[in-house]
Design a binder for this molecule. Structure first.
Ligand code: 13P
Length: 251
């Protein structure tokens, strides 16, 4: 099985030159990225640039998709436009977009739209707090069911669920989720998916982890049963991202 290594650049870098430098650093290690399912999700302004360099490494993704098709919608980037840039996957329902008001219901519409358009949805779920009472299981259950509503069994093989607990995002490796805890969460997510889609289809869904994945914890975290990572800050340094890829390949 090839692991998934997805980069979420969020609203970085601030200039095209920086983006070019990052891509040069990544391109030098394209052999490693090719051994994984490497995905890069830059901000829309750099889709064309990343799209022109990514073919030797992996595939291009967007950080969101719109439900609107071409028309008078100021500020929207349509799916058609994304596909025109070569986008083949899309992060959907990231916690940073949920904070801006995206609901499970909207996220499920986007996931369905992506599948209809032939774009692989990387649907993000994750609790705010990992409380001692275990309330996060219920939170996650509701998010998974709500965000994947309307998806069919046959969609499972194209679906990626990114488990990203909010409390672990944007920290350092030592504050990330511990592998044992992650293993438990992956089992739980798989259980919910099984209830929704049946065992055979649920097993086809790729479950990846995001939240302070760095070179120092990538190998350990992969031992938890995660099928890959969605990497934020460490994907903005070619050195770190390459080190994560190496750790995954040496697992
Ligand atoms: P960090 O890797 O910076 O914690 O971000 C994770 C994330 O939000 C990826 O989508």
């Amino acid at each position: 099985m090839k692991y998934i290594l997805a980069a979420n650049w969020k609203s970085h870098p601030s200039s095209k030159d920086e983006a070019k430098r990052l891509l040069v650093g990544l391109s030098k290690n394209s052999d490693k990225f090719r051994k994984l399912h490497t995905i890069i999700a830059p901000p829309n302004t750099f889709l064309e640039l990343v799209g022109s360099k990514i073919k030797s490494m992996g595939i291009l993704a967007s950080q969101d998709i719109s439900l609107l098709s071409k028309g008078t919608y100021t500020g929207e980037t349509t799916v058609e436009m994304l596909k025109g840039q070569g986008v083949m996957a899309s992060i959907i329902g990231h916690s940073e977009r949920r904070k801006l008001g995206e609901t499970n219901s909207l996220i499920s519409k986007k996931a369905n739209q992506a599948l209809k358009e032939g774009i692989a949805p990387i649907v993000c779920v994750g609790e705010d707090v990992h409380d001692t009472e275990g309330n996060y299981f219920e939170v996650l259950n509701a998010q998974i069911r709500g965000s994947l509503e309307g998806l069919k069994k046959t969609d499972a093989k194209k679906l990626v669920v990114a488990y990203e607990p909010l409390w672990a995002i944007g920290k350092s490796a030592k504050d990330a989720m511990q592998p044992n805890d992650l293993a438990q969460m992956i089992v739980y997510i798989r259980k919910v998916l099984t209830e929704m889609f049946g065992r055979a289809s649920a097993d086809q869904v790729a479950i990846i982890y995001g939240g302070s994945v760095e070179p120092g914890n990538a190998k350990e975290l992969l031992g938890s049963g995660a099928q890959g990572f969605l990497v934020g800050h460490a994907s903005l340094s070619a050195k770190s991202f390459v080190e994560i890829a190496k750790a995954m390949l040496n697992k």
